[in-house]
Design a protein around this ligand. Structure first.
Ligand code: SAM
Length: 284
């Protein structure tokens, strides 16, 4: 399609919105992309080629979808807003490799859509639900090769943070247990219509074939992690002692820490994923 006619041209986005009397719904996190360079960066980071099958979450009026359709083998796009479905019919009419599903991404059986074929997830995610969407895809071990998404900059930084940094927390550990994060680009507010209140970033999460650490009880490890970051200023042993659903005494945690070679007064924010796994295995 002629670039001028694509929806990344702000004039085209305005035309489509006006022609269809579309009003943005804040509760669905609708901030549409209006910058072709940013879209190129998303496609590059996602490593899309003519053999790639893509799942897009929230196509909006189809801006990113048009570019995906031109670079990928096929695109399946899941959109929750019924007002956008007839608009997508028009804006994607030129592409015979796009399927739009009207529904909530949190309720889709994604494995069934691809029936075992490899696929990648790409999205400019609605910010109100970014973390639940990403965590449910990772925890359900949805077999996507990678998830490349535009999200709040601050959340992207937390996902790829290392131990001892201010951004490091339960989200960093949870994401890094399942995937290898790569922050591909920072994106300013003026690349969207309407402008969001926060800065954005493109992050790619490459799914790991196996978790990077070996842990006997994943549930227990993530509970210990939540306990550690729930009370960041406390020592790990004290934070765990009072945490709901855990029944370890301070002494038990301190003994386990000593056994894995750590100081008993260490705080959770200093532990790597490997050290959380070792501590879990020791407490098991
Ligand atoms: N992809 C478009 C773009 O980049 O211009 C729109 C991105 S906009 C940030 C997020 C889109 O996700 C909106 O179209 C919104 O209606 C849709 N959405 C919000 N919640 C959703 C959900 N639970 N399932 C599927 N789509 C959802």
């Amino acid at each position: 399609m002629d670039k001028e006619k694509m929806l990344s041209n702000p004039k085209e986005t305005i035309r489509i919105i006006q022609e269809n009397n579309f009003t943005f719904r804040k509760n669905y996190g609708q901030n549409f992309l209006i910058d072709s360079h940013v879209i190129d960066k998303i496609i590059d980071a996602a490593e899309i080629d003519k053999d790639t099958e893509v799942l897009e979450i929230g196509p909006g009026i189809g801006t990113l979808t048009q570019y995906l359709a031109e670079s990928a083998k096929s695109v399946t796009a899941v959109e929750i807003d019924d007002k956008l479905i007839p608009i997508l019919d028009k804006t994607l009419a030129d592409y015979d490799n796009v399927t739009v599903i009207h529904g909530d991404i949190m309720k889709q059986d994604i494995g069934a859509i691809f029936e075992g074929r490899p696929f990648k997830i790409v999205a400019n995610l609605p910010y109100y639900i970014t973390t639940p969407i990403i965590m449910s895809l990772l925890e359900a071990r949805v077999p996507a090769e990678s998830i490349t998404v535009m999200i709040q900059k601050e959340v992207a930084e937390r996902m790829q943070a290392a131990p001892g940094t201010k951004d490091y927390g339960a989200l960093s550990l949870a994401v890094q247990f399942y995937a290898e994060p790569y922050l591909a680009a920072n994106v300013p507010q003026n690349c969207f219509m309407p402008r969001p209140n926060v800065g954005s970033a493109v992050i790619r999460l490459r799914r790991l074939a196996e978790p990077p650490v070996s842990v006997k009880d994943e549930k227990l490890m993530f509970k210990l992690i939540r306990a550690a970051f729930n009370q960041r200023r406390k020592t790990l042993a004290n934070a765990v002692k009072n945490f709901e659903g855990l029944s370890f005494s301070r002494e038990e945690v301190e003994n386990a820490l000593t056994k894995i070679g750590l100081d008993v007064r260490i705080r959770g924010e200093a532990l790597s994923l490997k050290q959380f796994a070792d501590l879990t295995n020791e407490l098991c």
